[in-house]
Design a binder for this molecule. Structure first.
Ligand SMILES: [Zn+2]
Length: 107
């Protein structure tokens, strides 16, 4: 998600300017996109990661994980769990976050 009107200090050159993405100002973002070097600047992590804490939320997340494991399509998962598109994305983000944590502790 980009916020074109937000002024930031660019992590590439240290200048103030309008934020494009990846904590780069518009000029630097275009430069790196043109030169194929955007991958030097990882996408900024989300400010807050939502993890369900209520019993219902945890049940839904567990069910989400089951459906993902069963290769159910996102549209179908959304319908099965009666979620809005935004809610499904939140569960997806929480699920992937927890998966990554498990992968790291297993390694
Ligand atoms: Zn810059």
């Amino acid at each position: 998600m980009s916020h074109p009107s937000v002024s930031i200090t660019c992590i590439c050159c240290g200048r103030q300017g309008p934020h494009q993405a990846r904590r780069l100002i518009v000029a630097c973002y275009s430069h790196h996109r043109t030169h194929g070097t955007l991958n030097r600047y990882p996408r900024a992590p989300r400010a807050e990661l939502w993890i369900p804490t209520t019993p219902k939320g945890r049940r839904t997340l567990a069910r989400y994980a089951e459906l993902i494991a069963a290769h159910v399509s996102p549209t179908r998962i959304q319908w099965e769990l009666s979620l809005s598109e935004r809610q499904r994305q939140r569960y997806a983000a929480a699920y992937h976050h927890l998966q990554n944590q498990q992968d790291r502790s297993a390694a």
